[in-house]
Design a protein around this ligand. Structure first.
Ligand SMILES: *Cc1c(COP(=O)(O)O)cnc(C)c1O
Ligand SMILES: [Zn+2]
Length: 402
């Protein structure tokens, strides 16, 4: 029996019920450390008792709480408040871009600015969730392969939780990512090659030393942290949603996560709209496995040989969650678009000089992608278009022209 005044927050801290393989639907126990489905080599997806949450949790009560990402603890995996490891992630601003919108021919251009997160990128959300949950389940050593910002975020949250961390990074990762990881106490191994090679080494370390591998989608909870962006977007728009969301896609955690959040909100009766956004994966032309798969109507991605882009977060030749990414695009009537290195840099300069936003090249890529979609007639002038800026431009200073 629930006391009336607990209805608002819910009778449970988390409504997590089980994990399920995204491919064969086998159920996995969420009260144990889990990685991915060994049979399918596919990600596990977290499920919650949304019926119960619908009855017990009040979205407006959550809106009146302070506390960033963890306001949404009912739909996050951590089971008790004392196991939340936080640096203040979440609650990033959703800003209108009236001047840039007018220049580009959009009357409703928005940006969600994730650069304000701890460690300067939205990787903080995913790693706050994954590291907190791993720590809750007794993990004390973690390992990650990263193309950039995930390393810094993992190192920070691991240190905050008193855990040891180990990072495999390509040698040409932005220097800020290397230094922020080292100063946070991580052991950083620089490798010749891409994140795919780094992933192999991290996996080996995990198997041989028993360290927990928090690679994108190789554990179930980074996507849960990132999905909260979807809750925050709906909340900021009075429980409606944009018409189009452009997401700079590497591993695809946030793309899949935001779409998942929308399904969850719908199931809990939290949305005031039945109109869902078309989800767009923006990639660099130099590493565009998702664009190729969408263009060729494929249900999976081929490994993108010779991947090359200065937007390091997009340098992922094949995501472990390629099928989930493509499903999200298909279900949402979205698409994928590739942009050039020059267009990324030009968009970065425009966002900074016109609207004062010094965004990461990955975030800038979404503006470049929007221009291509407008030329194609895929998006119209009066649609509510949301760009996702995933990180701060300050970490990429050495790549900017003088
Ligand atoms: C990691 C990263 C991305 C890509 O995010 P995924 O969820 O892996 O697709 C985009 N931008 C920045 C700044 C990143 O660090
Ligand atoms: Zn499976």
């Amino acid at each position: 029996m629930i006391a009336p005044n607990t209805k608002a927050a819910g009778s449970q801290f988390s409504y997590l019920t089980h994990l399920e393989c995204s491919s064969c639907q086998t159920v996995f126990d969420p009260q144990r450390i889990q990685t991915y489905c060994p049979d399918c080599q596919a990600p596990l997806v977290a499920y919650y008792d949304l019926e119960k949450a619908r009855a017990e949790v009040d979205r407006d009560y959550i809106s009146h709480q302070h506390g960033g990402m963890w306001r949404w603890h009912a739909v996050l995996p951590v089971q008790s408040p004392e196991h939340v490891i936080t640096l203040g992630e979440g609650d990033t601003p959703l800003l209108h871009l009236p001047r840039l919108g007018a220049q580009k021919g959009f009357s409703n251009l928005l940006i969600k600015d994730e650069s304000l997160n701890p460690t300067g990128s939205f990787k903080a959300r995913g790693l706050a969730a994954a590291i907190s949950r791993a720590h809750e389940l007794g993990v004390d050593k973690v390992v990650i392969p990263t193309a950039g910002n995930a390393g810094g975020a993992m190192a920070a949250y691991a240190s905050r939780g008193g855990m040891q961390s180990y990072i495999f990074m390509p040698r040409d990762t932005p220097v800020a990512n290397i230094k922020e990881s080292r100063i946070a106490g991580a052991t950083v191994i620089l490798i010749q090659g891409l994140i795919s090679e780094a992933a192999g080494m991290a996996g080996e370390k995990a198997r041989n030393e028993g360290w927990f591998d928090v690679s994108t989608f190789k554990e179930p909870y980074r996507a849960e942290g990132k999905k909260v962006m979807g809750y925050e977007i709906a909340e900021a728009m009075n429980w409606t949603l944009p018409d189009v969301i452009l997401y700079p896609t590497g591993g695809g955690t946030g793309l899949v996560g935001i779409w998942k959040a929308i399904q969850e909100m719908a199931a809990m009766g939290w949305l005031e709209t039945k109109s869902y956004p078309r989800m767009v994966a923006v990639q660099a032309e130099g590493c565009a496995p998702v664009v190729r798969a969408v263009d060729n109507n494929m249900p999976f991605c081929d490994f993108f040989v010779g991947a090359k882009t200065h937007a390091s977060g997009l340098r992922v030749p094949k995501s472990f969650a390629d099928q989930l990414i493509l499903q999200t695009i298909k279900e949402s009537n979205g698409t994928a678009v590739g942009v050039s290195e020059e267009a990324i840099t030009a968009a970065q300069l425009e966002l900074a000089s016109v609207e004062g936003l010094f965004v990461a090249p990955e975030g800038a890529a979404t503006l470049a992608g929007l221009e291509i979609l407008k030329q194609r007639g895929w998006v119209s002038a009066d649609e509510r278009v949301l760009l996702l800026n995933t990180g701060t431009g300050l970490k990429y200073l050495e790549q900017l022209p003088d």
